[in-house]
Design a protein around this ligand. Structure first.
Ligand SMILES: Cc1cc2nc3c(=O)[nH]c(=O)nc-3n(C[C@H](O)[C@H](O)[C@H](O)COP(=O)(O)OP(=O)(O)OC[C@H]3O[C@@H](n4cnc5c(N)ncnc54)[C@H](O)[C@@H]3O)c2cc1C
Length: 607
């Protein structure tokens, strides 16, 4: 497989800075600027999905023994499981855009993507980032080839979201050679096929009783380790999900991963990448479902014509395509951000110290973008799967066709890697913390908007100022509404704002829409200036997204303001909001038809 090195002038902007700065199209990475090598990576992944995964779907879903692990090993032969492993440990050390392309284009069956995603992400990265040289030499080459399949055990029966509250405990043996673990882990993806488990437990000091949250590498077959029965799930039925029982499980001291007491850094930092990869897998899944929606709509006839000719079916296609376009644009923009930050650090560091680049810290810089992609991507996939079922009518509801499976499979993405509720709290909470630490000039931006709100807005004429001028103005308006709402909420609740979860979630939704719409817009502008044949459809999708973002922002802001004030003060703030949110809507019917007709003509996702 080729490497995916890309030379591009992408700006390694600070995480979350999209809220307070404006970028030009050249400064962000978009899928349209993939190199020939990168396109080959995507094509190889797509071919694998078609030739290797598709014929085995029924067998994987039925959990036939001996199907999934050999298929993972086959994927490993093409390097798909070695992407994030450094070359010196048997990996490929591919950049983030390269690994994004694989996760995106291998999407054919959610069960396979779940198994692969857990293996290459949350199960392998803890070792890549925090392992000792000896641990890496022992395990990484086997993880790269899938001789060992990885699993990640953080959740327990009584603590999923509340991960710091785990009950599994570890004590050092009297001779100091082993940690003895007791507890029960729940829901391990790849649990039943795993060869190496990254397990989180609190080390208890025998004398003081002090507890340190820590991570351990546990091999299958370790005395005291038992894998429980497979869960029977709503979706991703072909993936393995099992509990893990640790009963006086003796883990060699050398298998402590990272430092005692730092396990939560490991657990949470890898989740940033886990969320990113999950969002990308949702993009791939949504593209697959949309393709089926379009093809079915073209073939199915009712009332003497193809149902693709009906406006309401076209609206399903265009709404699905637009959300997918936004999610895809965010995914590749974020991958480009991470890659350019890594490249910048490599340039700043002496060559001899390059292996010491703090990758987890660099990825953590983009924690908010990763959470946004997770939330927006998973909700896009749910929408597209639902619209696929709707488009297929009764055929969407029966097992004979894949729509029913897509619908069931989509739901888990809003639960694992941090539920979407938790991720919404992370999005607004993380930005607020960064602002308080002075790492992001968010407070100054909020203050600026609060000072400016009495001035009339500089947009709203609808269409003046050239192509995509309306959408450009709407991105800025949604940002201003978000900042204004955050300002009002901060003034009202100050340090207790995080306790107002409904407000935090509304702020998070506005933030998600800013990143989604801006990413879509910058890509559409890039396509327009390149004279691309996709420019018109990209502009139409951006127009639809802009109206949706504006409507959502206004509604969310209204709720936030009403929760923060009353009487004259509220009336004044609502008047300010009305002025900020004044805009001329696009003709969404016409835009929807432009998008749908292009998709129907091409027989696929049109961007
Ligand atoms: C198929 C599958 C595979 C999985 N794979 C893995 C894996 O490989 N490794 C692993 O460690 N775990 C895994 N999990 C576990 C998964 O990450 C958890 O189920 C998830 O984090 C939610 O935790 P919970 O189930 O305990 O729900 P809870 O945390 O009890 O949440 C229940 C509800 O309460 C909400 N909630 C909880 N806390 C808050 C709060 N503070 N504020 C507002 N709302 C809140 C949640 O959003 C949710 O709606 C998997 C789960 C499934 C179903």
């Amino acid at each position: 497989m080729p490497s995916s090195s890309a030379a591009s002038p992408i700006v390694a902007a600070a995480g979350g800075s999209f809220l307070v700065e404006s970028r030009t199209p050249d400064e962000v990475f978009t899928p349209d600027q993939l190199s020939e090598e990168q396109r080959q990576i995507a094509a190889t992944a797509e071919r694998f999905a078609r030739e290797e995964i598709q014929p085995r779907i029924a067998a994987i879903e039925a959990k036939e023994p001996g199907v999934l692990p050999p298929l993972l090993r086959k994927a490993a032969e093409l390097g798909f499981t070695a992407v994030d492993i450094p070359e010196e440990y048997g990996g490929m050390g591919l950049d983030k855009i390269g690994s994004t392309l694989i996760v995106d284009h291998i999407a054919m069956l959610a069960s396979f993507s779940t198994a692969l995603g857990a293996h290459i992400g949350i199960a392998t990265l803890p070792l890549v980032w925090y392992g000792t040289d000896e641990q890496k030499r022992r395990y990484l080459p086997k993880l790269a080839t899938c001789e060992l399949i990885g699993a990640y055990g953080l959740s327990e029966a009584s603590s999923g979201s509340d991960a710091m509250n785990i009950r599994t405990r570890a004590v050092l043996s009297a001779d100091g050679s082993h940690y003895i673990l007791n507890g029960e882990k729940q829901w391990l993806t790849n649990g039943g096929i795993g060869g190496l488990y990254t397990v989180f437990a609190k080390i208890v000091d025998r004398e003081t009783g002090a507890e340190e949250f820590s991570a351990f590498l546990i091999e299958q077959g370790t005395p005291g380790l038992t894998v429980g029965a497979e869960e029977h799930k709503l979706g991703v039925r072909g993936s393995s999900t099992c509990p893990l029982v640790l009963q006086d499980c003796r883990v060699p001291k050398e298998n402590l991963l990272g430092e005692p007491g730092k396990g939560h850094h490991i657990a949470f930092n890898v989740l940033n990448v886990g969320r990113f990869k999950l969002g990308v897998a949702c993009v791939g899944g949504a593209r697959l479902a949309l393709g089926q929606m379009i093809r079915y709509a073209k073939d199915r006839r009712a009332f003497g014509k193809s149902i693709a000719e009906f406006g309401l079916i076209q609206r399903k296609i265009s709404a699905s395509a637009s959300k997918l376009y936004a999610a895809e644009s965010m995914a590749y923009r974020t991958a480009g951000l991470i890659d350019s930050r890594l490249a910048q650090n490599a340039a700043d560091v002496e060559p001899s110290k390059i292996p010491r680049i703090d990758v987890p810290r660099i990825v953590e810089e983009y924690a908010v973008e990763c959470s946004i992609l997770k939330v927006y991507g998973s909700e896009t996939l749910s929408l597209v799967s639902d619209e696929l079922v709707a488009t297929m009518g009764g055929y969407g509801y029966v097992e004979e066709y894949p729509a029913e499976r897509y619908y069931r499979d989509a739901r888990i993405n809003r639960i694992f890697e941090g539920t979407n509720e938790i991720n919404r709290l992370i999005i607004s909470g993380w930005l607020m913390k960064r602002a308080m630490k002075g790492k992001l000039p968010l407070l100054a931006a909020i203050q600026r908007v609060m000072d400016e709100v009495t001035q009339p807005p500089a947009f709203g004429t609808g269409g003046a100022g050239g192509a995509l001028a309306r959408e450009t103005a709407l991105v800025e308006a949604v940002k201003r509404i978000g900042l204004f709402s955050a300002g009002v909420a901060s003034q009202r609740f100050m340090t207790t704002l995080e306790e107002q979860q409904e407000i935090m979630a509304d702020l998070a939704d506005m933030i998600c829409h800013v990143y989604a719409l801006e990413s879509a817009l910058l890509r559409a502008r890039k396509l327009a200036s390149a004279g691309s044949s996709k420019a018109a459809v990209a502009a139409a999708m951006t127009g639809l997204l802009a109206d949706e973002a504006m409507a959502l922002a206004e509604q969310a802001a209204r709720r936030v303001l009403a929760a923060c004030g009353e009487g004259d003060a509220l009336a004044t703030q609502l008047a300010i909001l009305r002025r900020m949110a004044r805009f001329t809507p696009a003709d969404a019917v016409a835009l929807s038809r432009v998008v749908a007709r292009e998709a129907i003509m091409l027989g696929r996702y049109p961007a």
